[in-house]
Design a protein around this ligand. Structure first.
Ligand SMILES: Cc1cc2nc3c(=O)[nH]c(=O)nc-3n(C[C@H](O)[C@H](O)[C@H](O)COP(=O)(O)O)c2cc1C
Length: 311
């Protein structure tokens, strides 16, 4: 069994966190990651409700042996922090406050008994979240699915590990035991996995999004803001999203002159060629719709075997 700061602080049997993924990570997915021995996080999207958080937290806890993590978007709390209150009412073990300055919210989360982490994309972000008082950071590289930054996982991980005394978890492209072994060998305390869980039957969302992740190769993603613009999502412009390439991205991505109204008119969430599937480059490692529990167990077991060989 691999033991790190993360496993010890959260009582895990393996050093993996299930990514908070808006629209995809509900109670079933988060619960299965926890049941496997890691900690799964609900992805509380900006448009979700307090009721959704309460219901899905109950499911996650029941499946996951009592463990609960919840991820929120910091920039959206700045406009309305209702979802933070709803999340803290559930007394989660872990709260992720990502994409923005978490300083106004860290004390409240600590007072509710949660550990707090933030996903970061640069050394500038690291300084912001360090001074906000988070317990650990998640270095999220640009290969990651969903909203992310521009620096790739490997250089970002090295920069962050060199620059902080806080425990570091790594996200972005971990899809097998080799990826987890690499980040643990480098000095991280764990890996955070999103894309590798997207084809699992426990992931929420349309069936086509599962199929697209299985069929996508490593070169079938693009970093773009076209879906945020099409759906009037007020994401700060510094964060684009990594998504699976389809007819919509081929037609509109990289064309800033096109109006948001034109993008909205072309977008169709029910059509796989015109809707969004957020996913990272590790989609190229997802070959089947494997249950989330098995994905997590396999990644951890393979990492353990690889690390034993190093010793
Ligand atoms: C479908 C999808 C939705 C996501 N939604 C969120 C979110 O709501 N909040 C968040 O902090 N990160 C979100 N992310 C980013 C993940 O938390 C995580 O950083 C990423 O999945 C890790 O990289 P990987 O996809 O290569 O495993 C999302 C990622 C994906 C793939």
């Amino acid at each position: 069994m691999i033991s790190t700061w993360l496993t010890e602080r959260l009582g895990l049997t393996l050093p993996l966190v299930g990514a908070p993924m808006g629209g995809r990570a509900g109670g079933r997915l988060a619960g299965e990651v926890s049941r496997a021995g890691g900690i799964g996080m609900l992805g509380a999207a900006r448009y979700t409700t307090a009721e959704w958080i309460a219901e899905e937290s109950a499911v996650a806890r029941e499946r996951g042996g009592g463990r609960l993590g919840i991820g929120l978007m910091t920039w959206s709390l700045d406009a309305d922090d209702t979802l933070l209150g709803a999340a803290l009412e559930q007394r989660p073990d872990l709260v992720s406050l990502s994409f923005g300055d978490p300083e106004p919210y860290v004390r409240r989360a600590h007072d509710a008994g949660a550990l707090v982490c933030s996903q970061i994309n640069s050394l500038e972000d690291l300084r912001v979240v360090e001074s906000a008082g988070v317990d650990f950071v998640v270095a999220q590289g640009g290969e990651a699915g969903g909203h992310t930054g521009h620096v790739a996982t490997l250089p970002l991980m090295q920069m962050v590990l060199e620059a902080t005394d806080l425990p570091v978890v790594v996200a972005g492209g971990i899809g097998s035991g080799r990826g987890l072994a690499a980040v643990l060998a480098a000095g991280a305390v764990g890996g955070l996995v999103g894309t590798a869980l997207l084809a699992s039957p426990e992931a929420d969302g349309p069936e086509y999004s599962r199929r697209r992740v299985v069929s996508a190769g490593g070169t079938d993603t693009v970093y773009t803001d076209v879906f945020d613009r099409a759906r009037s999502q007020p994401w700060p412009t510094r964060w684009g999203a990594r998504v699976i390439v389809n007819d919509f991205t081929r037609r509109w991505s990289g064309r800033p002159e096109v109006s948001d109204a034109d993008l909205a008119a072309s977008y169709d969430k029910d059509d796989p060629d015109l809707g969004v599937v957020n996913a990272g480059q590790s989609a190229g490692l997802v070959a089947a719709a494997e249950p989330a529990h098995d994905v997590i167990r396999r990644i951890a077991a393979d990492a353990e075997e690889l690390l034993a060989r190093l010793r």
